[in-house]
Design a protein around this ligand. Structure first.
Ligand code: GLC
Length: 534
Protein backbone atom coordinates (compact mmCIF):
# COMPACT_ATOMS: atom_id res chain seq x y z
CA UNK A 1 0.00 0.00 0.00
CA UNK A 2 1.29 3.46 -0.88
CA UNK A 3 2.37 5.58 2.09
CA UNK A 4 -0.11 8.26 3.14
CA UNK A 5 0.65 11.80 2.07
CA UNK A 6 2.01 14.23 4.64
CA UNK A 7 -0.45 16.67 6.11
CA UNK A 8 1.52 19.47 4.42
CA UNK A 9 0.63 18.03 1.05
CA UNK A 10 -3.00 18.88 1.60
CA UNK A 11 -4.48 22.28 0.95
CA UNK A 12 -5.48 24.26 4.05
CA UNK A 13 -9.13 23.87 3.15
CA UNK A 14 -8.79 20.09 3.09
CA UNK A 15 -7.39 19.69 6.59
CA UNK A 16 -9.03 22.84 7.96
CA UNK A 17 -12.38 23.75 9.48
CA UNK A 18 -14.60 26.61 8.32
CA UNK A 19 -16.61 28.74 10.77
CA UNK A 20 -19.57 30.74 9.50
CA UNK A 21 -20.13 34.20 10.92
CA UNK A 22 -23.52 35.82 10.36
CA UNK A 23 -22.17 39.33 10.88
CA UNK A 24 -25.42 41.01 11.93
CA UNK A 25 -25.49 38.72 14.94
CA UNK A 26 -21.86 38.15 15.91
CA UNK A 27 -20.66 41.28 17.73
CA UNK A 28 -21.91 44.85 17.71
CA UNK A 29 -19.27 47.50 18.40
CA UNK A 30 -21.29 50.73 18.17
CA UNK A 31 -24.49 50.06 20.08
CA UNK A 32 -26.87 50.03 17.11
CA UNK A 33 -27.94 46.47 17.89
CA UNK A 34 -26.45 45.04 14.70
CA UNK A 35 -23.12 43.24 14.54
CA UNK A 36 -20.30 44.78 12.50
CA UNK A 37 -16.74 44.30 11.27
CA UNK A 38 -14.93 45.98 14.19
CA UNK A 39 -17.01 43.72 16.44
CA UNK A 40 -15.96 40.66 14.51
CA UNK A 41 -12.34 41.77 14.68
CA UNK A 42 -12.61 42.13 18.45
CA UNK A 43 -13.89 38.55 18.66
CA UNK A 44 -11.40 36.88 16.32
CA UNK A 45 -9.61 35.34 19.27
CA UNK A 46 -12.72 33.31 20.02
CA UNK A 47 -12.17 31.57 16.69
CA UNK A 48 -8.50 31.06 17.48
CA UNK A 49 -9.20 29.55 20.90
CA UNK A 50 -11.91 27.40 19.41
CA UNK A 51 -9.41 26.08 16.89
CA UNK A 52 -10.94 26.72 13.47
CA UNK A 53 -9.00 27.66 10.34
CA UNK A 54 -11.21 29.96 8.30
CA UNK A 55 -14.03 32.40 8.81
CA UNK A 56 -16.76 32.68 6.19
CA UNK A 57 -18.62 35.95 6.60
CA UNK A 58 -22.18 36.24 5.29
CA UNK A 59 -22.70 39.35 3.08
CA UNK A 60 -21.29 42.68 4.27
CA UNK A 61 -21.99 44.65 1.09
CA UNK A 62 -24.14 47.76 0.76
CA UNK A 63 -27.71 46.50 0.67
CA UNK A 64 -31.25 47.69 1.39
CA UNK A 65 -31.42 44.53 3.56
CA UNK A 66 -34.62 43.20 2.02
CA UNK A 67 -32.98 39.78 2.46
CA UNK A 68 -30.44 40.86 5.08
CA UNK A 69 -27.53 41.43 2.76
CA UNK A 70 -28.30 38.76 0.19
CA UNK A 71 -29.68 41.65 -1.88
CA UNK A 72 -26.49 43.39 -2.94
CA UNK A 73 -26.48 47.01 -4.05
CA UNK A 74 -22.74 47.22 -4.67
CA UNK A 75 -20.54 44.16 -5.04
CA UNK A 76 -17.37 46.04 -4.17
CA UNK A 77 -18.34 48.04 -1.12
CA UNK A 78 -18.97 47.63 2.60
CA UNK A 79 -22.34 48.53 4.14
CA UNK A 80 -21.91 51.42 6.62
CA UNK A 81 -23.88 49.31 9.10
CA UNK A 82 -20.93 46.89 9.10
CA UNK A 83 -18.19 49.53 8.91
CA UNK A 84 -15.83 50.82 6.25
CA UNK A 85 -13.42 49.39 3.72
CA UNK A 86 -10.64 50.27 6.16
CA UNK A 87 -12.38 48.16 8.80
CA UNK A 88 -12.51 45.34 6.30
CA UNK A 89 -8.82 45.62 5.46
CA UNK A 90 -7.99 45.68 9.17
CA UNK A 91 -10.09 42.58 9.70
CA UNK A 92 -8.34 40.65 6.93
CA UNK A 93 -4.93 41.66 8.28
CA UNK A 94 -5.88 40.71 11.84
CA UNK A 95 -7.27 37.37 10.71
CA UNK A 96 -4.18 36.59 8.67
CA UNK A 97 -1.93 37.53 11.59
CA UNK A 98 -3.77 34.87 13.58
CA UNK A 99 -3.46 32.28 10.84
CA UNK A 100 -7.15 32.50 9.95
CA UNK A 101 -8.35 32.54 6.33
CA UNK A 102 -11.15 34.89 5.30
CA UNK A 103 -13.95 33.76 3.00
CA UNK A 104 -16.56 36.18 1.70
CA UNK A 105 -20.07 35.47 0.52
CA UNK A 106 -20.53 36.05 -3.21
CA UNK A 107 -24.07 36.46 -4.47
CA UNK A 108 -24.02 36.01 -8.25
CA UNK A 109 -27.60 34.90 -8.92
CA UNK A 110 -29.25 38.22 -8.18
CA UNK A 111 -28.53 41.77 -7.14
CA UNK A 112 -30.71 44.18 -5.22
CA UNK A 113 -33.36 46.00 -7.23
CA UNK A 114 -31.54 49.14 -6.05
CA UNK A 115 -28.28 48.13 -7.70
CA UNK A 116 -27.43 50.78 -10.32
CA UNK A 117 -27.32 47.98 -12.91
CA UNK A 118 -30.96 47.11 -12.28
CA UNK A 119 -32.01 50.73 -12.00
CA UNK A 120 -30.56 51.24 -15.49
CA UNK A 121 -31.97 47.96 -16.76
CA UNK A 122 -35.52 48.78 -15.77
CA UNK A 123 -35.29 52.39 -16.98
CA UNK A 124 -36.09 51.49 -20.59
CA UNK A 125 -36.25 48.56 -22.98
CA UNK A 126 -33.46 50.23 -24.94
CA UNK A 127 -31.07 50.67 -22.05
CA UNK A 128 -27.66 49.11 -22.61
CA UNK A 129 -28.13 47.08 -19.42
CA UNK A 130 -31.63 45.84 -20.28
CA UNK A 131 -30.34 42.30 -20.90
CA UNK A 132 -28.27 42.27 -17.70
CA UNK A 133 -31.44 40.92 -16.07
CA UNK A 134 -34.08 38.46 -17.24
CA UNK A 135 -36.86 40.47 -18.91
CA UNK A 136 -39.70 38.81 -20.82
CA UNK A 137 -42.98 39.71 -22.47
CA UNK A 138 -46.20 38.61 -20.80
CA UNK A 139 -47.84 35.35 -21.76
CA UNK A 140 -50.57 35.71 -24.43
CA UNK A 141 -53.16 36.15 -21.66
CA UNK A 142 -51.16 39.03 -20.20
CA UNK A 143 -50.04 37.00 -17.18
CA UNK A 144 -46.52 35.96 -16.19
CA UNK A 145 -44.39 34.37 -18.93
CA UNK A 146 -44.25 30.98 -17.13
CA UNK A 147 -45.47 29.25 -13.98
CA UNK A 148 -42.16 29.69 -12.21
CA UNK A 149 -42.41 30.36 -8.48
CA UNK A 150 -40.26 32.43 -6.15
CA UNK A 151 -38.46 30.59 -3.35
CA UNK A 152 -39.98 33.08 -0.95
CA UNK A 153 -43.58 32.73 -2.16
CA UNK A 154 -45.66 33.90 -5.13
CA UNK A 155 -44.77 34.15 -8.79
CA UNK A 156 -41.11 34.51 -9.71
CA UNK A 157 -42.12 37.13 -12.29
CA UNK A 158 -42.68 40.77 -11.39
CA UNK A 159 -44.57 43.06 -13.74
CA UNK A 160 -42.92 46.35 -14.61
CA UNK A 161 -45.63 48.79 -15.67
CA UNK A 162 -43.29 51.41 -17.08
CA UNK A 163 -41.62 49.17 -19.64
CA UNK A 164 -44.40 46.60 -20.08
CA UNK A 165 -42.40 43.48 -19.32
CA UNK A 166 -41.86 41.05 -16.48
CA UNK A 167 -38.54 40.41 -14.76
CA UNK A 168 -37.54 37.14 -13.14
CA UNK A 169 -36.55 36.77 -9.48
CA UNK A 170 -35.82 33.35 -7.98
CA UNK A 171 -36.08 34.94 -4.51
CA UNK A 172 -37.70 38.28 -3.53
CA UNK A 173 -38.92 40.77 -6.11
CA UNK A 174 -36.25 43.02 -4.57
CA UNK A 175 -33.68 40.44 -5.78
CA UNK A 176 -33.89 40.45 -9.60
CA UNK A 177 -31.91 37.64 -11.23
CA UNK A 178 -28.82 38.65 -13.15
CA UNK A 179 -28.62 37.27 -16.68
CA UNK A 180 -25.48 35.14 -16.71
CA UNK A 181 -25.96 34.50 -20.45
CA UNK A 182 -24.78 38.08 -20.99
CA UNK A 183 -20.98 38.24 -21.43
CA UNK A 184 -21.02 41.71 -19.88
CA UNK A 185 -22.70 40.47 -16.72
CA UNK A 186 -20.18 37.71 -16.46
CA UNK A 187 -17.26 40.08 -16.90
CA UNK A 188 -18.63 42.54 -14.33
CA UNK A 189 -19.34 39.80 -11.81
CA UNK A 190 -15.92 38.20 -12.25
CA UNK A 191 -14.38 41.62 -11.68
CA UNK A 192 -16.10 41.70 -8.30
CA UNK A 193 -14.24 38.51 -7.39
CA UNK A 194 -10.96 40.10 -8.45
CA UNK A 195 -11.68 43.18 -6.34
CA UNK A 196 -11.80 41.12 -3.14
CA UNK A 197 -9.04 38.71 -4.10
CA UNK A 198 -6.81 41.75 -4.62
CA UNK A 199 -7.67 42.79 -1.07
CA UNK A 200 -6.42 39.46 0.20
CA UNK A 201 -9.50 37.30 0.71
CA UNK A 202 -8.87 33.58 0.63
CA UNK A 203 -12.03 32.51 -1.12
CA UNK A 204 -15.78 32.75 -1.51
CA UNK A 205 -18.88 30.92 -0.54
CA UNK A 206 -21.00 31.22 -3.67
CA UNK A 207 -24.66 31.82 -2.91
CA UNK A 208 -27.61 29.97 -4.46
CA UNK A 209 -25.58 28.68 -7.38
CA UNK A 210 -28.17 26.11 -8.47
CA UNK A 211 -30.44 29.03 -9.40
CA UNK A 212 -27.90 30.85 -11.60
CA UNK A 213 -29.45 29.95 -14.97
CA UNK A 214 -33.00 29.15 -16.08
CA UNK A 215 -34.40 27.45 -19.14
CA UNK A 216 -34.11 29.78 -22.10
CA UNK A 217 -37.44 28.63 -23.55
CA UNK A 218 -39.22 29.41 -20.28
CA UNK A 219 -40.87 26.00 -20.13
CA UNK A 220 -43.32 25.58 -17.28
CA UNK A 221 -42.20 23.52 -14.31
CA UNK A 222 -44.32 20.39 -13.88
CA UNK A 223 -46.61 20.05 -10.86
CA UNK A 224 -45.17 18.21 -7.87
CA UNK A 225 -47.42 15.28 -6.93
CA UNK A 226 -45.63 15.08 -3.56
CA UNK A 227 -46.63 18.58 -2.49
CA UNK A 228 -48.91 18.78 0.56
CA UNK A 229 -50.58 21.62 2.43
CA UNK A 230 -48.06 22.99 4.93
CA UNK A 231 -45.07 22.57 2.63
CA UNK A 232 -43.32 25.58 1.11
CA UNK A 233 -45.55 26.88 -1.72
CA UNK A 234 -42.57 26.98 -4.07
CA UNK A 235 -42.49 23.18 -3.94
CA UNK A 236 -45.88 22.97 -5.69
CA UNK A 237 -43.84 22.51 -8.85
CA UNK A 238 -40.73 20.45 -9.56
CA UNK A 239 -38.11 23.03 -10.40
CA UNK A 240 -36.51 21.23 -13.35
CA UNK A 241 -36.48 24.30 -15.60
CA UNK A 242 -35.34 26.82 -13.00
CA UNK A 243 -32.60 24.99 -11.11
CA UNK A 244 -29.45 23.06 -11.87
CA UNK A 245 -29.30 23.89 -15.59
CA UNK A 246 -26.28 22.47 -17.44
CA UNK A 247 -24.93 25.90 -18.42
CA UNK A 248 -24.22 26.72 -14.78
CA UNK A 249 -21.02 24.68 -14.88
CA UNK A 250 -19.43 26.89 -17.47
CA UNK A 251 -20.07 29.94 -15.27
CA UNK A 252 -18.62 28.20 -12.21
CA UNK A 253 -15.51 27.20 -14.17
CA UNK A 254 -15.08 30.87 -15.13
CA UNK A 255 -15.25 31.86 -11.44
CA UNK A 256 -12.75 29.15 -10.62
CA UNK A 257 -10.29 30.34 -13.27
CA UNK A 258 -10.33 33.79 -11.69
CA UNK A 259 -9.73 32.39 -8.22
CA UNK A 260 -6.97 30.08 -9.48
CA UNK A 261 -5.18 32.95 -11.18
CA UNK A 262 -4.27 34.22 -7.68
CA UNK A 263 -1.47 32.83 -5.56
CA UNK A 264 -2.17 30.63 -2.57
CA UNK A 265 -4.85 28.02 -2.28
CA UNK A 266 -7.90 30.21 -2.78
CA UNK A 267 -11.17 28.46 -2.27
CA UNK A 268 -14.61 28.35 -3.86
CA UNK A 269 -17.44 26.78 -1.91
CA UNK A 270 -20.78 26.42 -3.67
CA UNK A 271 -24.21 26.57 -2.09
CA UNK A 272 -26.46 24.09 -3.89
CA UNK A 273 -29.20 22.14 -2.16
CA UNK A 274 -29.25 19.14 -4.50
CA UNK A 275 -29.39 15.35 -4.36
CA UNK A 276 -25.95 13.75 -4.16
CA UNK A 277 -25.74 12.64 -7.79
CA UNK A 278 -26.59 16.12 -9.08
CA UNK A 279 -24.33 17.78 -6.53
CA UNK A 280 -21.26 15.93 -7.78
CA UNK A 281 -21.40 17.79 -11.09
CA UNK A 282 -20.52 20.95 -9.12
CA UNK A 283 -16.96 19.71 -8.67
CA UNK A 284 -16.79 20.38 -12.43
CA UNK A 285 -15.26 18.45 -15.28
CA UNK A 286 -11.77 17.43 -14.11
CA UNK A 287 -12.42 19.33 -10.87
CA UNK A 288 -12.71 22.66 -12.69
CA UNK A 289 -15.66 23.73 -10.51
CA UNK A 290 -16.01 24.27 -6.76
CA UNK A 291 -13.39 22.70 -4.51
CA UNK A 292 -16.25 22.26 -2.03
CA UNK A 293 -19.84 22.06 -3.23
CA UNK A 294 -21.62 22.24 0.10
CA UNK A 295 -22.93 18.88 1.26
CA UNK A 296 -26.11 19.65 3.20
CA UNK A 297 -27.34 16.09 3.54
CA UNK A 298 -26.77 15.86 7.29
CA UNK A 299 -29.48 18.53 7.59
CA UNK A 300 -32.15 16.32 6.08
CA UNK A 301 -31.15 12.68 6.64
CA UNK A 302 -33.03 10.88 9.46
CA UNK A 303 -30.82 10.84 12.55
CA UNK A 304 -30.45 7.06 12.68
CA UNK A 305 -27.30 4.97 12.52
CA UNK A 306 -28.26 3.05 9.38
CA UNK A 307 -29.48 6.14 7.52
CA UNK A 308 -26.35 8.12 8.38
CA UNK A 309 -24.04 5.25 7.49
CA UNK A 310 -25.83 4.87 4.16
CA UNK A 311 -25.57 8.61 3.50
CA UNK A 312 -21.83 8.62 4.20
CA UNK A 313 -21.28 5.56 1.98
CA UNK A 314 -23.36 7.00 -0.83
CA UNK A 315 -21.62 10.36 -0.67
CA UNK A 316 -18.11 8.88 -0.46
CA UNK A 317 -18.85 6.56 -3.39
CA UNK A 318 -20.27 9.36 -5.52
CA UNK A 319 -17.29 11.73 -5.15
CA UNK A 320 -15.38 12.26 -8.39
CA UNK A 321 -11.71 11.18 -8.42
CA UNK A 322 -9.80 13.73 -6.34
CA UNK A 323 -13.01 15.43 -5.19
CA UNK A 324 -12.77 16.49 -1.54
CA UNK A 325 -15.73 15.80 0.78
CA UNK A 326 -17.34 18.30 3.15
CA UNK A 327 -20.11 18.34 5.75
CA UNK A 328 -22.50 20.91 7.17
CA UNK A 329 -24.68 20.67 10.31
CA UNK A 330 -26.13 24.15 10.44
CA UNK A 331 -26.27 27.58 8.86
CA UNK A 332 -28.24 30.82 8.92
CA UNK A 333 -31.03 29.29 6.84
CA UNK A 334 -31.82 26.18 8.88
CA UNK A 335 -33.13 25.30 12.30
CA UNK A 336 -30.26 24.92 14.77
CA UNK A 337 -28.83 21.48 15.35
CA UNK A 338 -29.48 21.63 19.11
CA UNK A 339 -33.16 22.25 18.34
CA UNK A 340 -33.41 19.63 15.60
CA UNK A 341 -31.75 16.83 17.56
CA UNK A 342 -31.95 18.00 21.15
CA UNK A 343 -29.07 19.28 23.25
CA UNK A 344 -27.67 15.93 24.32
CA UNK A 345 -27.63 14.51 20.81
CA UNK A 346 -26.18 17.75 19.44
CA UNK A 347 -22.95 16.75 21.20
CA UNK A 348 -22.89 13.49 19.29
CA UNK A 349 -23.61 15.44 16.11
CA UNK A 350 -20.61 17.68 16.84
CA UNK A 351 -18.43 14.61 17.16
CA UNK A 352 -19.75 13.24 13.88
CA UNK A 353 -19.20 16.53 12.05
CA UNK A 354 -15.63 16.88 13.31
CA UNK A 355 -14.58 13.29 12.71
CA UNK A 356 -16.00 12.63 9.26
CA UNK A 357 -13.66 12.67 6.28
CA UNK A 358 -13.74 16.09 4.68
CA UNK A 359 -14.02 19.75 5.54
CA UNK A 360 -16.56 20.64 8.25
CA UNK A 361 -18.36 23.97 8.38
CA UNK A 362 -19.54 25.17 11.80
CA UNK A 363 -22.25 27.75 12.21
CA UNK A 364 -21.69 30.46 14.83
CA UNK A 365 -23.32 29.64 18.14
CA UNK A 366 -23.57 25.91 17.53
CA UNK A 367 -20.33 25.58 19.50
CA UNK A 368 -22.21 26.71 22.62
CA UNK A 369 -25.36 24.78 21.78
CA UNK A 370 -27.59 27.72 20.88
CA UNK A 371 -31.16 26.68 20.14
CA UNK A 372 -33.76 28.28 17.88
CA UNK A 373 -35.18 31.36 19.57
CA UNK A 374 -38.96 31.72 19.13
CA UNK A 375 -39.67 35.09 17.53
CA UNK A 376 -43.01 36.74 18.38
CA UNK A 377 -44.88 37.92 15.26
CA UNK A 378 -44.23 41.62 15.87
CA UNK A 379 -40.46 41.03 15.94
CA UNK A 380 -40.25 38.92 12.77
CA UNK A 381 -37.57 40.19 10.39
CA UNK A 382 -37.16 37.45 7.79
CA UNK A 383 -39.01 38.25 4.56
CA UNK A 384 -39.68 34.56 3.99
CA UNK A 385 -41.68 34.34 7.23
CA UNK A 386 -43.45 37.59 6.35
CA UNK A 387 -44.42 36.35 2.87
CA UNK A 388 -45.32 32.81 3.87
CA UNK A 389 -46.19 33.00 7.57
CA UNK A 390 -46.86 30.16 9.95
CA UNK A 391 -45.23 27.28 8.08
CA UNK A 392 -42.05 27.33 10.12
CA UNK A 393 -40.01 28.57 7.15
CA UNK A 394 -38.76 31.73 8.86
CA UNK A 395 -35.04 31.86 9.56
CA UNK A 396 -34.92 34.41 12.36
CA UNK A 397 -34.87 31.75 15.13
CA UNK A 398 -31.45 30.54 13.95
CA UNK A 399 -30.09 34.05 13.41
CA UNK A 400 -30.34 35.53 16.90
CA UNK A 401 -27.29 37.30 18.36
CA UNK A 402 -24.37 35.39 19.79
CA UNK A 403 -24.44 35.54 23.60
CA UNK A 404 -20.95 36.24 24.87
CA UNK A 405 -21.76 36.71 28.54
CA UNK A 406 -24.63 36.90 31.01
CA UNK A 407 -25.11 40.68 30.99
CA UNK A 408 -28.33 42.26 29.61
CA UNK A 409 -26.96 42.77 26.06
CA UNK A 410 -25.12 39.44 26.38
CA UNK A 411 -21.89 41.23 25.52
CA UNK A 412 -23.25 41.38 21.97
CA UNK A 413 -24.52 44.93 22.11
CA UNK A 414 -24.91 47.87 24.43
CA UNK A 415 -28.09 48.75 22.56
CA UNK A 416 -31.24 46.89 21.55
CA UNK A 417 -30.39 43.75 19.56
CA UNK A 418 -32.01 43.57 16.10
CA UNK A 419 -33.39 40.12 17.01
CA UNK A 420 -34.10 39.06 20.59
CA UNK A 421 -31.38 37.22 22.47
CA UNK A 422 -33.64 34.49 23.69
CA UNK A 423 -34.36 33.18 27.17
CA UNK A 424 -31.22 31.05 27.47
CA UNK A 425 -28.61 33.72 26.83
CA UNK A 426 -27.89 34.34 30.50
CA UNK A 427 -26.86 30.68 30.92
CA UNK A 428 -25.86 29.57 27.43
CA UNK A 429 -23.06 31.97 26.59
CA UNK A 430 -19.38 31.87 25.75
CA UNK A 431 -18.07 33.17 29.08
CA UNK A 432 -20.10 30.72 31.15
CA UNK A 433 -19.08 27.79 28.98
CA UNK A 434 -15.42 28.78 28.87
CA UNK A 435 -15.41 28.37 32.65
CA UNK A 436 -17.12 24.98 32.57
CA UNK A 437 -14.88 22.02 31.67
CA UNK A 438 -17.88 19.91 30.71
CA UNK A 439 -19.53 22.45 28.42
CA UNK A 440 -20.45 22.17 24.79
CA UNK A 441 -17.77 24.75 24.06
CA UNK A 442 -15.19 22.60 25.84
CA UNK A 443 -16.28 19.65 23.71
CA UNK A 444 -15.89 21.60 20.47
CA UNK A 445 -12.44 22.74 21.56
CA UNK A 446 -11.43 19.21 22.52
CA UNK A 447 -12.64 17.79 19.21
CA UNK A 448 -10.95 20.50 17.17
CA UNK A 449 -7.71 20.05 19.12
CA UNK A 450 -7.81 16.29 18.62
CA UNK A 451 -8.45 16.78 14.93
CA UNK A 452 -5.35 18.93 14.75
CA UNK A 453 -3.03 16.42 16.42
CA UNK A 454 -4.49 13.40 14.66
CA UNK A 455 -4.42 13.90 10.89
CA UNK A 456 -6.36 10.62 10.64
CA UNK A 457 -9.41 12.64 11.69
CA UNK A 458 -8.98 15.37 9.10
CA UNK A 459 -7.39 13.80 6.04
CA UNK A 460 -7.40 10.09 6.90
CA UNK A 461 -9.36 7.38 5.17
CA UNK A 462 -12.92 6.54 6.22
CA UNK A 463 -14.22 3.02 6.73
CA UNK A 464 -17.62 2.09 8.06
CA UNK A 465 -17.29 -0.49 10.83
CA UNK A 466 -20.92 -1.00 11.78
CA UNK A 467 -24.34 0.61 12.00
CA UNK A 468 -26.44 -1.50 14.34
CA UNK A 469 -29.48 -0.26 16.25
CA UNK A 470 -28.59 3.20 17.51
CA UNK A 471 -24.83 2.94 17.22
CA UNK A 472 -22.67 4.08 14.33
CA UNK A 473 -19.01 3.06 14.33
CA UNK A 474 -16.35 4.03 11.81
CA UNK A 475 -12.62 4.06 11.49
CA UNK A 476 -10.37 6.88 10.39
CA UNK A 477 -6.76 6.03 9.54
CA UNK A 478 -3.70 7.86 8.35
CA UNK A 479 0.04 7.28 8.43
CA UNK A 480 -0.32 4.04 10.36
CA UNK A 481 -2.57 5.54 13.04
CA UNK A 482 -6.09 4.20 13.43
CA UNK A 483 -8.88 5.91 15.34
CA UNK A 484 -12.41 4.65 15.87
CA UNK A 485 -15.44 6.81 16.35
CA UNK A 486 -18.35 5.25 18.25
CA UNK A 487 -21.58 7.23 18.31
CA UNK A 488 -24.65 6.36 20.34
CA UNK A 489 -27.52 8.11 18.58
CA UNK A 490 -30.08 6.76 21.01
CA UNK A 491 -31.20 6.98 24.61
CA UNK A 492 -30.20 3.49 25.73
CA UNK A 493 -26.93 2.16 27.03
CA UNK A 494 -24.95 0.32 24.37
CA UNK A 495 -22.02 -2.11 24.48
CA UNK A 496 -19.87 -1.84 21.37
CA UNK A 497 -17.12 -4.19 20.23
CA UNK A 498 -13.92 -2.28 19.68
CA UNK A 499 -11.10 -4.68 18.99
CA UNK A 500 -8.54 -1.93 18.57
CA UNK A 501 -5.26 -2.92 20.14
CA UNK A 502 -3.80 -0.71 22.85
CA UNK A 503 -6.58 1.82 22.47
CA UNK A 504 -7.97 4.21 25.00
CA UNK A 505 -10.61 6.89 24.97
CA UNK A 506 -9.26 10.06 23.43
CA UNK A 507 -12.43 12.06 23.98
CA UNK A 508 -16.00 11.40 25.04
CA UNK A 509 -18.89 13.76 24.32
CA UNK A 510 -19.35 13.79 28.12
CA UNK A 511 -15.72 14.89 28.56
CA UNK A 512 -15.16 12.68 31.58
CA UNK A 513 -13.39 9.56 30.29
CA UNK A 514 -10.14 10.77 28.73
CA UNK A 515 -7.48 8.09 28.82
CA UNK A 516 -9.78 5.27 29.91
CA UNK A 517 -8.35 2.04 28.48
CA UNK A 518 -10.46 0.07 26.02
CA UNK A 519 -10.43 -3.67 26.51
CA UNK A 520 -12.24 -5.21 23.56
CA UNK A 521 -15.51 -3.39 24.06
CA UNK A 522 -16.78 0.03 25.06
CA UNK A 523 -19.83 0.92 27.09
CA UNK A 524 -21.62 3.94 25.69
CA UNK A 525 -24.04 5.91 27.80
CA UNK A 526 -27.19 7.37 26.25
CA UNK A 527 -26.31 10.14 23.75
CA UNK A 528 -22.62 9.44 24.14
CA UNK A 529 -19.98 9.35 21.49
CA UNK A 530 -16.32 8.49 21.96
CA UNK A 531 -13.21 8.61 19.86
CA UNK A 532 -10.80 5.83 20.71
CA UNK A 533 -7.26 5.43 19.51
CA UNK A 534 -3.66 4.92 20.43
C1 GLC B 1 -29.03 31.57 0.04
C2 GLC B 1 -28.75 32.23 1.37
C3 GLC B 1 -30.06 32.73 1.92
C4 GLC B 1 -30.61 33.76 0.97
C5 GLC B 1 -30.76 33.17 -0.43
C6 GLC B 1 -30.99 34.24 -1.44
O1 GLC B 1 -29.80 30.43 0.16
O2 GLC B 1 -28.10 31.34 2.21
O3 GLC B 1 -29.89 33.28 3.19
O4 GLC B 1 -31.85 34.21 1.41
O5 GLC B 1 -29.61 32.48 -0.85
O6 GLC B 1 -29.81 34.97 -1.65
Amino acid sequence: MAADRNLDDFAWWQSGVVYQVYPRSFQDSNGDGVGDLPGLLARLDHLVTLGVDAVWISPIYPSPMADFGYDVEDYTGVHPLFGTMEDFDRLVAAAHERGLKVILDYVPNHSSDRHPWFVASRSSRDDAKRDWYVWRDPAPDGGPPSNWLSEFGGSAWEWDEATGQYYYHAYLKEQPDLNWRSPEVRAAMLDALRFWLDRGVDGFRVDAIHHLIEDEQLRDNPPNPGWREGMSPTRRVIRIHTMDQPEVHDAIAAMRRVVDSYSGDRLLIGEAYLPIDQLMAYYGTDLSGFQLPFNFHLLSTPWEAKALAALIDQYEAALPPGGWPNWVLGNHDRSRVASRLGKAQARVAAMLLLTLRGTPTLYQGDEIGMTDVPIPPHLVQDPWEKNVPGLGLGRDPARTPMPWDGTPGAGFTSGKPWLPLGPEATRVNVTAQAADPGSKLALYKALLALRRVEPALSVGSYRRVSAEDDVLVYERAHGGRRLWVLLNLGRDLAMVDAPVEGAHIRVSTHLDRDGEPVAGSVRLRPNEGVVIGP
